[in-house]
Design a protein around this ligand. Structure first.
Ligand SMILES: NC(=O)c1ccc[n+]([C@@H]2O[C@H](COP(=O)([O-])OP(=O)(O)OC[C@H]3O[C@@H](n4cnc5c(N)ncnc54)[C@H](OP(=O)(O)O)[C@@H]3O)[C@@H](O)[C@H]2O)c1
Length: 310
């Protein structure tokens, strides 16, 4: 089987499409034949070594987080899945390996793919959906009547956050680029602000939650936009912010943390047609590396880039 691997932390030049042998799934793990994988910024951040405290020093390391596919084997103690199930979700960051013909994931990081959701679409939902849920549901407990501001509202995490906030009955305002403002309005974001021409620290409205899914706001700006008891969700966490958050309950740094109930919630919403991410481009595995490099260098596409394994 083939997957994208690298033999040291570093830039795009470290990625190679290589043969590998899939290990047997361990306790609580599932082996999946990948149908499609989605590309996320976290993938190149891991490869660059930004998370090496978590990802360690063992090489080669496999590349990619989010996938859809079919279960081929389950490890000891797995109760939620059996061989043949159609699933979607994420690999553990420490293992990665979604951009390849097969991958191992914890059973708590995947869900059954609803029949009405295609494998292409399902591959996109894991990391963005879980990250949005961690902020709005786990930290904010968003509810009907809340007013939420999503910075970067047409990015993958941003669009997931818009849909999850609306799923729970909140109204959503947000900021995006000029090119994406119309799409944001169609998603139900109102008003939509242009991030190039708006100074967020000057807007008058105050919110129950501000989610900086673009990772471009200062903590001062985020906190300044809150109503009393509002929460600023910061997707650009650092040790300093975690320490600051100990003393300020309105600041919540977010680290994507999957759980079975989140994946099942996302699957249910996707099955009802209330959670999906647009697909901009699909490439075969043989063209995945140039696609990752283009996105890493800042090429803009209007939706997710997906890799097809067949
Ligand atoms: N902490 C965690 O656990 C975690 C988890 C997931 C993601 N992340 C991080 O979150 C970020 C977003 O991920 P993603 O997958 O959603 O990426 P994405 O799909 O590329 O979305 C980024 C969005 O931010 C918008 N944007 C860029 N500059 C902006 C600005 N100055 N103000 C407002 N919006 C701006 C972009 O708009 P245009 O493209 O239209 O310019 C785009 O819609 C990445 O840095 C990723 O690494 C962190």
């Amino acid at each position: 089987m083939k997957r994208i691997q690298y033999h040291r932390y570093g830039g795009p030049e470290t990625m190679q499409l290589e043969d590998f042998a899939l290990r047997a799934p361990g306790k609580g793990e599932v082996a999946v034949k990948v149908a499609f994988a989605a590309i996320n910024p976290i993938d190149w951040k891991v490869r660059n070594g930004h998370l090496k405290m978590v990802t360690g020093k063992t090489f080669p390391r496999a590349f990619g987080s989010d996938f859809s596919g079919t279960v081929i084997a389950v490890g000891p103690g797995v109760t939620r899945f059996k061989a043949g199930d159609a699933v979607f979700g994420s690999a553990r960051i420490k293992d990665s390996g979604a951009i390849g013909e097969a991958v191992i994931a914890p059973e708590t990081f995947i869900a059954k793919k609803p029949a009405v959701v295609s494998f292409e679409e399902a591959a996109c939902l894991g990391t963005p959906g879980v990250t949005a849920w961690n902020g709005l549901v786990d930290k904010v407990e968003v509810k009907a009547g809340d007013h939420v501001f999503i910075n970067g509202c047409t990015g993958a995490v941003g669009e997931s956050a818009v849909q999850i906030a609306r799923l729970f009955g909140a109204s959503v305002s947000g900021a995006t680029s000029t090119e994406q403002m119309q799409r944001a309005e169609q998603m139900g974001v109102h008003p939509v602000l242009d991030y190039r021409t708006t100074n967020l620290s000057k807007i008058k409205e105050r919110f129950d939650a501000v989610y900086d899914t673009a990772g471009t706001m200062t903590v001062a700006t985020g906190l300044g936009l809150l109503r009393k008891d509002g929460v600023f969700l910061d997707l650009n966490p650092s040790l300093g912010k975690f320490i600051r958050a100990l003393f300020n309950r309105q600041l919540k740094p977010i680290v994507c943390t999957a759980r079975a109930d989140i994946l099942d919630g996302l699957a249910e919403a996707a099955g009802e047609g209330r959670f999906r991410l647009p697909i901009a481009e699909v490439v075969p595995l043989t063209e995945a590396i140039p696609q990752v490099i283009a996105l890493e260098r800042g090429r803009k596409i209007s939706g997710k880039a997906v890799v097809a394994m067949q």
